[in-house]
Write a protein that binds this ligand. Structure first.
Ligand SMILES: [Zn+2]
Ligand SMILES: [Zn+2]
Length: 70
């Protein structure tokens, strides 16, 4: 696979959208792998810092509501 930005050989794939990127164009972004609720009713998230990010896609911080899914 080739880099999305420069068409050199890719070294990694964006964790968020799947685009391939070379070492030069790889960016980093925290990646949320799991959320859970504690017995005290607090929401916690397990996050991986420095996950591979392509720099193009836009991971949204807040979940969106899906409509017309029935
Ligand atoms: Zn590149
Ligand atoms: Zn991406």
């Amino acid at each position: 696979m080739e880099c999305w930005h420069c068409e050199r050989t890719a070294h990694a794939t964006c964790r968020f959208c799947g685009r391939a990127v070379c070492k030069r164009h790889t960016k980093e972004m925290p990646y949320l792998i799991h959320t859970y609720r504690t017995s005290r009713g607090e929401y916690k998230a397990i996050v991986v810092a420095g996950a591979v990010y392509c720099g193009v896609c836009q991971p949204q911080q807040d979940p969106i509501t899906l409509k017309n899914m029935e």
